[in-house]
Design a binder for this molecule. Structure first.
Ligand code: RAT
Ligand code: ZN
Length: 419
């Protein structure tokens, strides 16, 4: 054996170009969005006005605008969008991540932007054919699929499912269960209205009926996974409805069906109710709940993403302990380049490639353009560093190996975990 401890003189610039090219050209599966199959009509949002009234931008607008909350919410959508534009794009530089996102999306669509460009941008969007715009966005973002957030408790969405829409296979489903776990008085009443025999105290036939409700929706929408967003003070086990629902219905259902349960933890709902959807905040969670769930239910698969930066290291350590836990994405307030960089680096260092690097959480179709463009750049930067260090030991690297790793990080790892 030849012994050599000389670092290899591989060119960092060449590696950087190669990794960036591969990360850009590898199709991704966007495993959590709030987008809808075009068959859901107006529920699929797109266009400049929807981009501008995205709740990330509304929150930023109110930091600089003196307009009353009620006065803003009373305005028609286009005028709300005008106000966001004048406040964030005309009166100051659109430098925040959410503002930059709008500019990137427009740029990737080939549109010119500047403080006076809103009318021409609006006109351009008016002229787009919906079907081809969907394909164009998915193609530019290089997405092979997007997973929706499907809630049976949303009357508008349920009305569409009731019509058995003819579906677009690029849009996959995720079954959202927040009311079942967090608001039983409302969820129970709704189930009762739909003919499921449930009682307020979850006694009698409730467990059987809620399980049947889950089976019905599984058979109806074929979800990739079940999901819920939880507050930072989520505790498990606890003497409360959430634990009972998990232990008696959700976990047995996941065990029997093989479907993973996604736990998105850390959102404090409505810390400023005047901001409506933009009013949610973040809190640091106690991860002993997730640890306990993974430890007690090793035959159930859990997906998790956490909102608080302070929880990310602990989550990686949990990932090392439990192979039934798959970590994904940089969620919401962590979906900014500095956090994506830090979290991706830490995850690669602690978990290798056994996680899913990103999801978009897009609510407006056009947002997949910027969310994936920005994330892919950061992911490629971090991967370049990691491959460079690896190569310095003499370990061989090839185009195929990098592509296989990136494919895994951008969706195939998640699919493998689910299957
Ligand atoms: O990112 C968002 O748009 C949030 O408002 C939430 O929807 C969050 O992603 C969630 O799924 O609860
Ligand atoms: Zn979401």
């Amino acid at each position: 054996m030849i012994i050599s401890n000389q670092p290899l003189s591989t060119s960092r610039g060449k590696l950087y170009d190669q990794v960036h090219r591969i990360v850009q050209s590898t199709p991704a599966l966007d495993m959590h969005t709030h987008l809808y199959d075009p068959a859901f009509g107006d529920l699929l949002l797109s266009g400049i006005d929807e981009q501008l009234v995205y709740h990330y931008l509304v929150a930023e607008t109110f930091r600089s605008s003196t307009m009353g909350y009620e006065d803003f919410w009373k305005l028609p959508r286009a005028q709300q969008a005008d106000h966001v534009w004048s406040t964030l794009f005309q009166e100051r530089s659109p430098i925040s991540e959410a503002c930059r996102g709008v500019l990137t999306s427009l740029h990737l669509l080939g549109l010119e932007t500047g403080p006076k460009s809103l009318p021409s941008i609006r006109q351009w969007f008016k002229e787009q054919d919906r079907e081809s715009f969907v394909s164009r966005c998915l193609e530019i973002a290089n997405l092979r699929g997007v997973c929706m957030t499907n809630s049976p408790f949303d009357p508008e969405e349920k009305a569409v499912w009731d019509q058995s829409p003819s579906r677009d296979s690029r849009f996959q489903t995720g079954l959202r269960l927040d009311p079942l776990l967090l608001d039983w008085p409302v969820a129970g009443k709704t189930l009762a209205d739909w003919g499921y025999e449930v009682s307020e105290d979850m006694g009698g036939t409730s467990v059987v009926s809620v399980t049947r409700f889950l089976e019905d929706w599984r058979d109806r929408i074929h979800p990739l996974y079940l999901m819920v967003s939880l507050p930072p003070d989520f505790t498990y086990p606890a003497d409360d409805h959430t634990t009972r629902m998990l232990q008696q219905v959700i976990l047995p259902f996941c065990r029997a069906s093989g479907l993973p349960l996604a736990l998105m933890i850390g959102v404090r709902r409505s810390v400023n109710p005047f901001l409506q959807l933009a009013g949610d905040g973040v809190g640091r969670a106690d991860l002993s709940a997730l640890q306990c769930l993974c430890a007690e239910n090793q035959d159930v698969k859990f997906l998790s993403t956490l909102l608080s930066r302070e929880n990310q290291h602990e989550l990686c350590v949990l990932g090392r302990k439990f192979r039934n836990l798959h970590i994904f994405g940089c969620w919401w307030f962590t979906n900014v380049p500095s956090m994506i960089q830090e979290m991706t680096r830490m995850r690669l260092e602690l978990l290798g490639t056994s996680f899913t690097a990103q999801h978009s959480d897009a609510r407006v179709l056009d947002q997949v353009l910027y969310k994936w463009d920005h994330s892919r750049r950061v992911i490629a930067d971090v991967l370049t560093d990691k491959y460079f260090d690896m190569q310095q030991t003499g370990w061989p690297l090839s185009e195929e190996i990098i592509r296989a790793d990136v494919t895994h990080l951008l969706g195939a790892g998640f699919e493998g975990f689910c299957s």
